[in-house]
Design a protein around this ligand. Structure first.
Ligand SMILES: [Zn+2]
Length: 69
């Protein structure tokens, strides 16, 4: 992957700027807790940067940080 004209991250392999969600809200819509990367939460080695979870209530499921449409 080469640098493009924008800083918008692409697939889940691209780290998000500041390690925060890029396309979606950075906090849980329900409780306002800062979202965490699913893979950091689970402690796995290979991190996908488009899968976010709320650390306060993981059961809400995964929020995908992808462009609308
Ligand atoms: Zn939450």
């Amino acid at each position: 992957m080469s640098a493009s004209s924008t800083t918008a991250p692409g697939s889940g392999g691209d780290p998000r700027p500041g390690n925060r969600p890029y396309y979606i809200a950075q906090n849980c819509p329900t409780r306002g807790a800062a979202l965490m990367l699913l893979d950091e939460f689970d402690g796995v080695e290979v991190v996908f940067h488009d899968e976010w979870v709320c650390p306060k209530h993981r059961d809400d499921g995964v929020l995908m940080d992808v462009p609308a449409g």
